[in-house]
Design a protein around this ligand. Structure first.
Ligand code: E4P
Length: 218
């Protein structure tokens, strides 16, 4: 499974990229608002740090303006992935952009039929939102499983399942078990993957016992 980080915070991205665990980045308008910096500048900077796909979301909803914005954004760097909403106009733009060799991430996916349409439109990534479905009382992980089954039924689909709206370590684990190709994870959740209370407890004991040996490693 590939790990993308879901943030527009360049400092967080730098830290994770230096660890070598980052395969890409996703951003969205809400994350850009939080970063409070010029959008194109953020994307350019991220693309200088990360070689993998960097999703930059269009801010328009009609086909013409989506395409206009996509042309501007994709000029920033070769690894820019244009993120379009899962609407009729978004899918039209997906088809046009992917036919042109541009990577496209179709976002705000909440159903398997939507994911089927995105694959037909040539999406590079489909982003099903697990956490937001869970919040509304629908099992988000079931959607990942359904999309995996459907995509595997058709060998001509190359769209990767990008599990999005991830809230915790269990979402990452279950998305991997369900066969998601990518998980886009907030920095705090990505860092929390390392945590286990028995690791902390075990380390505490080893550190204490080592001190009792009175030895040093030099
Ligand atoms: C995906 O690309 C989105 O940016 C993101 O995962 C949305 O997550 P949220 O539901 O926590 O806002």
């Amino acid at each position: 499974m590939k790990f993308f980080v879901d943030t527009a915070d360049i400092n967080e991205i730098r830290e994770l990229a230096a660890m070598g665990i980052l395969d890409g980045v996703t951003t969205n308008p809400s994350l850009v608002l939080k970063a409070n910096r010029p959008f194109k500048e953020i994307i350019k900077e991220i693309c200088e740090v990360v070689d993998g796909p960097v999703s930059a979301e269009v801010a328009a909803t009609d086909y013409e303006t989506i395409m206009k914005q996509a042309h501007i954004l994709r000029k920033i760097a070769d690894n820019v992935t244009i993120k379009v909403p899962l609407t009729w106009d978004g899918l039209k733009a997906c088809k046009a952009l992917s036919s042109d060799g541009t990577m496209v991430n179709v976002t705000l996916c909440f159903s398997a039929p939507q994911a089927l349409l995105a694959a037909k439109a040539g999406a590079t990534f489909i982003s099903p939102f697990i956490g937001r479905l869970d919040d509304s009382g629908i099992d988000g992980m079931e959607l990942i499983q359904d999309i995996r089954t459907i995509y595997d039924n058709y060998s001509d689909f190359s769209t990767e399942i990008l599990a999005a709206s991830i809230r915790g370590v269990n979402h990452v684990k279950d998305a991997a078990k369900a066969g998601a190709d990518v998980a886009t994870v907030p920095p705090a959740v990505l860092k929390s993957l390392v945590k286990h209370p028995l690791t902390d407890k075990g380390l505490e004991l080893f550190v204490a016992d080592w001190a009792k040996t009175g030895q040093t490693i030099e």
